[in-house]
Write a protein that binds this ligand. Structure first.
Ligand SMILES: [Zn+2]
Ligand SMILES: [Zn+2]
Ligand SMILES: [Zn+2]
Ligand SMILES: [Zn+2]
Length: 214
């Protein structure tokens, strides 16, 4: 799968950037956003982290997040499950330099800028994420929102392995390992492995894995 230079939108200012440009952009856009919101209203300042989450084996899937430092690893875990991962309630874990981190730890007691954690969901058909701490700030936080999405990758367009013409919308879990399982709807309808083997293509590093349907 070739990684095209897809652009995604910064949800703070609306400008569009590639994956490489977004990290740089947010390092200037986020402090500006903090300044602006503090000028507008006299809001309480909370410490938060700017975090970049990327699929280990599929870096075309990524999220920039603003996460309240008071929240816990278990809140991040729940967030990853909701947006990207949850299929059958598998186990998951965060680790740093091969040491597992307890889920009840608060981010402020674990994270610091520059640090990179590993996150694994499902120890059978594992989806692994890299959690990189870009920076820490103090600023206003959206009400009742301990985690806010700053930017998210656009769904990569992957062409059907059979006809090579239309975008794939289904994945055959039997055939996907030899790069033959990504199918457009009409090729999926005729696919020999049958409907039970098919999973929908979704914008997640867990697309086509286990029973993940988005
Ligand atoms: Zn921006
Ligand atoms: Zn599962
Ligand atoms: Zn096709
Ligand atoms: Zn198949």
């Amino acid at each position: 799968m070739a990684e095209k230079a897809l652009k995604a939108k910064c949800l703070l200012c609306g400008s569009e950037f590639t994956k490489a440009g977004m990290t740089k952009h947010l390092q200037s856009c986020l402090p500006k956003d903090i300044d602006n919101s503090l000028k507008q209203k006299d809001l309480k300042r909370h410490p938060f982290f700017h975090i970049l989450v990327t699929g280990s084996d599929s870096p075309e899937y990524w999220l920039h997040l603003k996460v309240k430092s008071e929240s816990g690893l278990k809140d991040l875990d729940q967030f990853f499950r909701d947006i990207w991962l949850e299929c059958c309630g598998h186990m998951s874990a965060f680790s740093y330099q091969r040491n597992d981190l307890p889920m009840n730890r608060k981010l402020k007691n674990v994270l610091s800028p520059g640090m990179e954690l590993l996150y694994q969901y499902d120890f059978g058909s594992t989806t692994e994420l890299l959690v990189k701490v870009i920076a820490e700030y103090k600023g206003s936080i959206q009400k009742n929102k301990s985690i806010q999405i700053l930017a998210r990758n656009e769904a990569p367009e992957i062409l059907c392995n059979e006809c090579g013409k239309s975008p794939a919308v289904q994945i055959c879990t039997e055939c996907q390992w030899d790069e033959a399982g990504w199918l457009c709807q009409s090729c999926a309808d005729e696919h020999e492995c049958g409907e039970d083997m098919l999973l929908p293509v979704v914008n997640s590093p867990r697309t086509g894995v286990c029973a993940y349907t988005g």
